[in-house]
Design a protein around this ligand. Structure first.
Ligand SMILES: NC(=O)c1ccc[n+]([C@@H]2O[C@H](COP(=O)([O-])OP(=O)(O)OC[C@H]3O[C@@H](n4cnc5c(N)ncnc54)[C@H](OP(=O)(O)O)[C@@H]3O)[C@@H](O)[C@H]2O)c1
Length: 265
């Protein structure tokens, strides 16, 4: 895998997160290239990560074994048009939300190996959750796994339709936790805590809870029960959350995200 030439089309936020992960994991920066319509962006990425830059999509494609489509969904059409027919045994990885593998093979040709991925923004700190789907040969799936695993955890689905649910849970998910953090920080302040302290308490509590959730082997439900003594402070808070219909609100919120994902597709 270390010999792969990996080309990014679009050098925005998600591309940078994945480039940072790959180079930090030891992939040679000379074997990573990027093209973007902004020269300033290319200069910044080249300077920061020592990677190669390409002035156009065709040049990048010719030099790459793996092509990563990292433009906005509405920019995918023109990019695929520019790519045209691909020579060789390349792997095309798309992280564009809502763009199906059939749409991409429809533009690039049925023989092209496509892997669709839904990453999330914690890729920026190497703690991403990327969910992958592909019906391509194992070699292409392994290449995609290698690229995404450099920025966090990976999981595979074998039904592309599940990408809507994935988008609702992990794609959009960081925003739900950020909202809860905002609300807890504000509530802490209204209970008299200085802003800095309230932010620190919430951030570290989130980090600690996330580590317990992912490292203890215990379910979220059990961990919640273990902090909740009968008649205690946590129970008082949780009762207020249940009375405020939090479970129903969360179910509705994720359904709305999945519905919007289907509409955008
Ligand atoms: N951010 C997330 O949480 C998240 C999560 C999952 C999936 N995604 C997906 O990741 C993809 C990238 O998102 P992002 O937030 O990184 O977007 P972004 O920051 O806007 O990055 C896209 C970059 O591609 C450039 N570009 C546009 N057209 C191009 C072309 N024809 N050739 C080369 N470069 C071109 C853009 O330039 P301009 O800015 O000048 O247009 C921009 O620098 C999206 O498809 C999104 O659905 C994002």
């Amino acid at each position: 895998m270390r010999n792969l030439n990996i080309g990014f089309i679009g050098g925005g936020n998600m591309a940078e997160a994945l480039i940072a992960g790959l180079t930090a994991a030891g992939h040679a920066s000379g074997q990573v290239r990027v093209t973007d319509i902004s020269q300033g962006r290319l200069d910044a990425l080249q300077q920061q990560y020592g990677i190669g830059v390409s002035p156009d999509v065709a040049g990048l494609a010719a030099a790459s074994d793996v092509l990563l489509l990292a433009v906005k969904p509405q920019q995918i059409g023109p990019v695929l048009q520019e790519l045209g027919a691909l020579a060789g045994d390349k792997t095309v990885i798309s992280i564009a939300a809502g763009i199906s593998t059939a749409y991409i093979t429809g533009k690039l040709g049925d023989g092209v190996a496509v892997v669709r991925v839904m990453p999330n923004t914690p890729c920026l700190v190497g703690e991403g959750m990327s969910v992958l789907y592909s019906s391509a040969e194992p070699v292409h799936r392994e290449r995609a796994e290698y690229v995404l695993a450099a920025s966090g955890q990976t999981a595979w689905v074998d039904d592309e339709q599940l990408m809507h649910a994935v988008t609702a849970v992990s794609g959009s998910g960081p925003a739900y936790f950020f909202l809860l953090a905002e609300l807890m920080q504000a509530a802490g302040q209204s209970l008299g805590l200085p802003r800095d302290l309230s932010e620190k308490l919430v951030g570290q509590t989130a980090l600690g809870a996330a580590r317990m959730l992912t490292e203890s082997g215990k379910s979220a439900e059990l961990l919640r029960q273990q902090v909740t003594s009968p008649g205690g402070t946590t129970q008082a808070a949780l009762e207020a959350m249940f009375e405020g219909q939090l479970p129903e609100t969360v179910r509705n919120a994720l359904s709305a995200a999945a519905k919007r994902s289907r509409e955008l597709a």
